[in-house]
Design a protein around this ligand. Structure first.
Ligand SMILES: Cc1cc2nc3c(=O)[nH]c(=O)nc-3n(C[C@H](O)[C@H](O)[C@H](O)COP(=O)(O)OP(=O)(O)OC[C@H]3O[C@@H](n4cnc5c(N)ncnc54)[C@H](O)[C@@H]3O)c2cc1C
Length: 699
């Protein structure tokens, strides 16, 4: 090679090397900039301290006692002068309304249904937990606390969960005193059964109708107060906004609500010294869910828009034992209670060819011999078997179905089999325990579950996320309280079975009646305010404007068709398995749905009359916002915990992989305005009393 050529070649090489080195430097600088940005963001993220969350100091088991010993009280004469609005008549709302009235406050109680008894809580089937240790199987308040904390994948507040376990026993006493007909053993003592995530039997039940019986108990207490004139009941009324009025220091406080009379369509104003919201969960964002048709997230969004933080919106529970979806025109999914996992065994075929024949309808489950059945929960989790928590059982079912072992015509079902229990206990005993559930299954699926194993598949069921509340159940807005499933609750990232009824009734009967006094004791000098105040007028006008805007669209799509589309997006992109890429795509699709809704929805009828479509449209407008918030939260939470499963973060065995160093906090979102990104606020979860472990249900 000539000298010149060598020099040219050398120059080229030097250029290449330099370019590569420069590229690397640019990359490193970009990385460093990103890190700095992240650190600045982190440093600027507001934090909620334990003091701000009003968590009492002291040992875990004394916090609640100490709180009660020192909280401020309201004397009987002053109670008579204070009004409290309670929105909701589910177990949380009804128990709170009855208790507050019994204490002497004047209560205004609202619900959408035509009777308080028709709240969604009536659907609860399996039971309610309490640490009575009636079975002498080693239960205790601490164990219930520990199982709940662990079940929630260490994403709940220790002090709240301990209080929940502590008051659980009083709930059972209260309900028994009310006459709730809990199941009893032959000798007359209260019976218990087991639910997921526990190795003891602590679930009190009334056949498969526990929610109904508990709600009748709360309703009788409520009716007594309605009769005494202490509760004014407003059925078929839907709260459409909260009215905020500034106090003498300029601080805004919840002072009332705007509600629509669902029968006449009239918009009305109501004043109170405090507002308590027990409006239930937002699972219906997914369209198909086990929730009641009227369950919605609108009350939560109204609170959120007034400054109440929305905590952990991405924590939604997918329940493993629901009747599989069977068609495109379905509007509701049906739960088969978790209690069935006490005696039912879950399996799929071991051989793919058997699964294919089942899917083609050529054979039935009973045709597959014992040795060809894969009891995959018993195989993977020997210690807890079929009673692993819901998130674990749901993911395991999905894993089997994804691999092709599903047992119905869509390939999206697994068996829940009672043949062994029937042999062991006899058909009569099984019928006594679960009869109404078997009957329900047969009516829907048209198969006899005593003969053929039930088919089940995971479905959206419960929302652990919700409005952030401090230890006193007060939101980040003064005078606005939130109870039951509507708040971000005590279940962390995953709720254990039979713990929602416990939490709703704990909030309503045993927590709020104490804590709200701490707030109301400062309000005794506040006179009843006129609903003619400009704040009420402005809130009413905003509601009316929104309704007028919706009614004026007169587009081409029914509310349900848009809701169904939203539900499919939620299931596909924000469902059981989530990825960063999928969530980003989901957010784009939800934004598109929002546009479609606000330009092309069709609402027939009049606004000033009974109008179910208008009711649904108002709720859907909020479901769209909640869906987006769920996706945003799921995207930011780069870990898997409980019901939130990010596929990028899993163990080699497919179990959830937490990132405690980065995400051990409650993710609260603050509303920043229409179409603006919400702001993240963190409440760190420093585990002081419990050692955090990787959840293990294997041994
Ligand atoms: C099928 C099924 C079975 C279940 N089984 C169990 C079980 O066995 N054990 C267990 O622990 N948990 C169970 N759960 C969960 C449990 O039932 C719920 O979490 C619990 O009942 C919620 O009670 P709540 O009082 O918070 O709300 P809800 O019962 O949902 O009541 C909400 C109330 O708020 C009212 N409301 C809502 N929005 C408005 C508004 N804007 N204006 C006025 N009123 C409004 C409604 O009318 C209603 O009265 C089950 C859930 C389902 C879906």
């Amino acid at each position: 090679m000539a000298k010149n050529e060598i020099i040219e070649e050398a120059k080229k090489t030097v250029k290449k090397v330099a370019a590569k080195a420069a590229e690397k430097v640019v990359e490193q600088v970009a990385e460093a900039v990103a890190e700095v940005k992240e650190a600045v963001k982190e440093a600027n993220t507001p934090v909620i301290t334990p003091e701000m969350a009003k968590i009492p100091a002291g040992p875990l088991e004394l916090k609640w006692t100490n709180y009660k010993n020192h909280q401020k009280l309201v004397n009987p004469a002053n109670k008579r002068r204070l009004d409290v609005i309670v929105v909701g008549t589910g177990l949380a709302g009804a128990s709170a309304a009855a208790s507050l009235a019994e204490m002497g406050f004047n209560v205004l109680n609202f619900c959408i249904q035509d009777s308080p008894r028709r709240a969604h809580s009536i659907a609860a089937q399996g039971g309610i937990n309490a640490a009575k240790n009636y079975q002498n199987d080693g239960d205790s308040v601490y164990r219930l606390y520990y199982d709940t904390i662990k079940g929630g994948d260490y994403r709940a507040r220790e002090a709240n969960v301990y209080r929940l376990a502590e008051v659980s026993n009083s709930i059972i006493d209260q309900c028994v005193a009310q006459g709730v007909p809990f199941a009893r053993e032959y000798g007359g003592l209260l019976d218990n059964r087991s639910f997921g995530g526990a190795q003891v039997s602590r679930t009190f039940y009334a056949k498969g109708q526990t929610g109904q019986q508990l709600l009748l108990g709360a309703y009788s207490a409520l009716s007594r107060q309605i009769g005494k004139g202490k509760v004014k009941m407003y059925t078929r009324y839907e709260m459409l906004d909260i009215v905020m009025i500034a106090d003498e220091n300029g601080e805004k406080r919840a002072r009332g609500i705007i509600a629509r009379n669902l029968v006449t369509g009239r918009i009305e104003r109501f004043f109170a010294h405090a507002v308590v919201v027990g409006s239930g969960g937002y699972g219906n964002t997914f369209f198909l869910s086990t929730n009641a048709m009227a369950s919605n997230g609108s009350a939560a969004m109204q609170m959120y828009r007034h400054g109440a933080y929305f905590a952990n919106p991405c924590y939604a529970q997918i329940h493993p034992t629901c009747i599989p979806k069977h068609g495109d025109f379905q509007s509701k999914l049906t739960l088969m209670s978790e209690s069935l996992r006490n005696d039912g065994r879950i399996w799929v075929p071991k051989k793919l060819e058997d699964a294919k024949r089942l899917q083609a309808g050529e054979i039935k489950g009973r045709d597959i011999p014992e040795e060809d059945r894969d009891y995959y929960l018993e195989r993977r989790y020997p210690a807890f078997g079929n009673l692993v928590p819901r998130d674990v059982a749901s993911r395991a079912a999905k894993e089997r179905c994804d691999k092709g072992y599903g047992v119905n015509n869509t390939g999206l079902a697994v068996f829940l089999d009672f043949s062994e229990a029937i042999q062991r206990l006899g058909k009569d005993v099984v019928a006594q325990k679960y009869g109404n559930l078997f009957q329900m299954y047969e009516k829907i699926v048209d198969e006899n579950p005593y003969e053929d194993p039930m088919m089940i598949f995971p479905a959206i069921h419960y929302t652990m996320g919700g409005i952030w509340v401090d230890y006193e159940l007060q939101t980040s807005v003064k005078g606005l309280f939130c109870i039951g499933e509507a708040n971000f609750s005590d279940h962390g990232a995953n709720r254990l079975g039979a713990s929602a009824l416990m939490q709703g009734l704990a909030d309503g009967y045993f927590v709020l009646p104490y804590t709200i006094q701490n707030y109301l004791s400062d309000q005794i000098g506040v006179p009843r305010m006129s609903t003619d105040l400009p704040e009420f007028a402005a809130a009413e006008k905003a509601v009316q404007d929104k309704i007028d805007k919706l009614m004026a669209i007169q587009g081409k799509r029914s509310v349900d068709s848009i809701h169904k589309e939203l539900g499919l997006i939620m299931w596909d992109f924000v469902g059981m398995g989530r990825t960063a890429e999928g969530l980003k795509e989901g957010i784009k699709k939800i934004d598109a749905i929002k546009k479609e809704f606000w330009t092309n929805v069709y609402i027939p009828g009049e606004a000033n009359a009974l109008n179910n479509e208008l009711e649904k449209a108002l709720r859907l407008a909020d479901f769209i916002e909640i869906g987006r918030l769920m996706a945003v939260d799921a995207l930011h939470r780069e870990e898997s915990c409980g019901g939130h499963f990010r596929e990028e973060y899993q163990t080699p065995e497919g179990e959830a992989l937490r990132q405690d160093d980065k995400f051990s906090y409650v993710g609260c979102w603050k509303y920043m305005g229409e179409d603006k990104e919400p702001q993240l606020i963190k409440e760190p979860l420093d585990y002081e009393f419990t050692e955090r472990k990787t959840r293990n249900y294997k041994n």
